[in-house]
Design a protein around this ligand. Structure first.
Ligand code: AMP
Length: 193
């Protein structure tokens, strides 16, 4: 199944996904990590993406969908694929729904923390796109373009909120609990969040 990790930059989605994937042999797919790797290797996709990334803007949907389409279409029945950083636009969510095997998108974890926490986490991690100005733009882009996806997954009844303003272990407990609950009973609709 596919688990969509939603939430603002700096909320800790990547940290949580890495831990959960490692402990359970699940797959973690981070589009940000893939793009940073493309930039580091100097590929054509990296070249097309790097100016958007360093400005805190989104890389165009066509490039993003092309990058992950095969992986999404090929998700195995027994696999748990944690999607971190994708989809980020309604167009990407539509492309995801069209390519994912029927019924495979069964959970969206929506991580939340106050802006002050997000900003200090981002400024603390020392990435090239984490200067104060770019951080503020990333948050603005998130609110305008990505946050509407929360309503989309809530309407589908698959959204589960995660309070990410806590310690890493406490958050991880909730993440594992939510995924395992769906794994145990895939047909059960989650209570509307
Ligand atoms: P992240 O590590 O997920 O915060 O991503 C870092 C940067 O990569 C973002 O600020 C965007 O410029 C770009 N990026 C990652 N995922 C996407 C996506 N799904 N759509 C557009 N741009 C993306």
């Amino acid at each position: 199944m596919i688990v969509v990790l939603l939430g603002p930059p700096g909320v800790g989605k990547g940290t949580q996904a890495k831990l959960a994937a490692k402990a359970n042999a699940w797959t973690h797919l981070s589009t940000g990590d893939l793009l940073r790797d493309e930039v580091a290797r100097g590929t054509e996709l990296g070249g097309k993406s790097k100016d958007f990334m360093s400005a805190g803007e989104l890389v165009p949907d066509e490039l993003m969908v092309a990058m992950v389409a095969g992986r999404i279409a090929g998700v195995g029945a027994d696999e748990v694929l944690l999607l971190d950083g994708f989809p980020r636009t309604v167009a990407q969510a539509t492309a995801l729904a069209a390519r994912a095997p029927g019924g495979s998108i069964r959970l969206s974890l929506y991580f939340q923390a106050p802006d002050s926490v997000l900003v200090s986490r981002m400024l603390g991690r020392g990435r090239a796109d984490d200067s104060r100005e770019v951080v503020e733009n990333r948050l603005r882009v998130y609110r305008e373009t990505t946050e509407p996806l929360v309503a989309l997954y809530r309407e589908q009844g698959i959204l589960r909120q995660v309070d990410a303003d806590r310690g890493i272990e406490d958050i991880q407990t909730d993440v594992l609990e939510a995924v395992r609950e769906v794994l145990r009973d895939p047909t059960r609709m989650l209570r509307k969040a």
